[in-house]
Design a protein. Structure first.
Lengths: 112, 110
């Protein structure tokens, strides 16, 4: 497969708790992305990274932070989970700026 | 205004017909454009990429790009029930951003 995995695949957490989702790639690709997918909204960009320690905000970044200390790992943290953050989260990677993206399997997060 | 727009559908076409999916984008500087297919509960997978004005064909799929009108489309010829899925348009913006539309749900009726 494309060499990108997400963990966990499913998580249920309580409102107010911090949550970290992990994305791991084995392709040494420079660009990595976190999206959330909700009915009627398509894939919305949360944060992206263009290198180790180089990250920037996407269109729906409030309540989320990211870190990339190694090329292969891109972590998404929900600082204090809310019910509005219940969603399916996808991580993606790209080798170059005009190339296609390869996706992880997705993480279904439920905040109760 | 959303940066990449698609009609959410559902778009219903009979088996064997041509399905036409459309996408508009707001960033005139965008240079690369992509179509993905996503089955329910699965990750998006690439169908086609297009970078130049005009048509690009790959089997039953044709992507069309018009940068002046900021418009990209996907035609699926001889549609099959297995083509029933959500189709996502993606646009590379600036140096790093990769933005998706809301997706169009396609139903191919047997």
């Amino acid at each position: 497969d494309a060499g990108i995995t997400q963990s966990p695949r499913h998580k249920v957490t309580e409102t107010g708790t911090p949550v970290t989702l992990r994305c791991h790639q084995t392709e040494n690709h420079r660009y990595m992305y976190w999206y959330r997918q909700d009915p009627g909204h398509g894939l919305r960009l949360i944060h992206y990274s263009y290198g180790v320690k180089d990250t920037d905000k996407g269109e729906v970044s409030d309540g989320y932070s990211v870190s990339r200390s190694k090329t292969e790992d891109f972590l998404l943290t929900l600082e204090s989970a809310t019910s509005s953050q219940t969603s399916v989260y996808f991580c993606a990677m790209r080798p170059g700026k005009d190339t296609e993206a390869f996706f992880g399997q997705g993480t279904r997060l439920t905040v109760v | 205004q959303k940066e990449v727009e698609q009609n959410s559908g559902p778009l219903s076409v009979p088996e064997g017909a041509i399905a036409s999916l459309n996408c508009t984008y707001s960033d005139r500087g965008s240079q690369s454009f992509f179509w993905y297919r996503q089955y329910s509960g699965k990750s998006p997978e690439l169908i086609m990429s297009i970078y130049s004005n005009g048509d690009k064909e790959d089997g039953r799929f044709t992507a069309q790009l018009n940068k002046a009108s900021q418009y990209v489309s996907l035609l699926i010829r001889d549609s099959q029930p297995s083509d029933s899925a959500t189709y996502l348009c993606a646009v590379s913006e600036g140096t790093y951003k990769y933005i998706f539309g809301t997706g169009t749900r396609l139903k191919v009726l047997a």
